[in-house]
Design a protein around this ligand. Structure first.
Ligand code: DC
Length: 211
């Protein structure tokens, strides 16, 4: 039977990099659940939909497909902002629940593991998952990593602005009434403030091979 690995944590804590490394080692499919919120946000922006227009937003959710989840356009500051706003709406979270719950059955038929990363995966979506990881790192370190990533990709950024945005998103994610970001019961806390991705990965491999 497929074992579910949930990876939750705040923005830029290294969830995606860790998920990718586990996926490569064990040939396991990954669902980056934030992309579901981002895909809806992008559709809202492109179609100029009012954020109170529930029926139009529900149609955006129905239009989500694999191609949309792989779009490069999902990663812009505007999408960051709108996805963060819509992620606190109950009906949107509920509608996206099904997609996430059916992911392992649909995409991990012959794989040992299915990896799902996000904010509420170990708490709400897969509370019974065998492996739950909660990633953390100081906001200053996360801002520095994000800044370096943007510069490496040839972009321009201000570390102060990134830091402010990270702190604001943390606050929103952790204080919202529905599905706030918090460590799940039985989760392993992985603080990467002083760990690089390789060290974090080694720590997780030890856990996966010891249970
Ligand atoms: O992980 P990300 O930055 O791609 O997520 C985009 C937005 O979606 C972010 O504001 C947090 C939100 N999100 C959420 O509320 N629940 C999830 N399971 C995943 C992401």
């Amino acid at each position: 039977m497929v074992q579910i690995i949930t990876i939750d944590g705040p923005a830029s804590s290294g969830k995606s990099s860790l998920a990718k490394k586990i996926s490569l080692k064990y040939d396991s499919p990954i669902l980056y659940s934030g992309r579901l919120y981002r895909a809806v946000a992008l559709d809202i922006i492109n179609q100029n939909i009012n954020l109170n227009n529930k029926s139009a937003i529900l149609k955006c959710i129905k239009r989500i497909n694999k191609k949309k989840l792989d779009s490069k356009d999902l990663f812009s500051r505007k999408v960051d902002l709108i996805s963060s706003v819509i992620s606190s709406k109950k009906y949107i979270r509920e509608s996206l629940c099904e997609f996430q719950k059916s992911f392992p059955k649909k995409y991990a038929k012959k794989n040992h593991y299915a990896i799902i990363e996000g904010r509420d995966i170990g708490t709400i979506i897969f509370p019974k998952a065998k492996y739950k990881i909660f990633m953390w790192a100081d906001a200053e370190i996360r801002a520095k990593r994000r800044y370096e990533q943007i510069i490496k990709n040839g972009g321009k950024a201000s570390i102060k602005t990134i830091y402010k945005e990270i702190v604001a998103r943390d606050k929103k994610d952790m204080s919202r009434k529905i599905a706030p970001l918090k460590p799940a019961v039985n989760s392993v806390l992985l603080d990467t403030t002083y760990l690089d991705i390789e060290q974090a990965f080694n720590a997780i491999i030890k856990i996966l091979t010891s249970k």
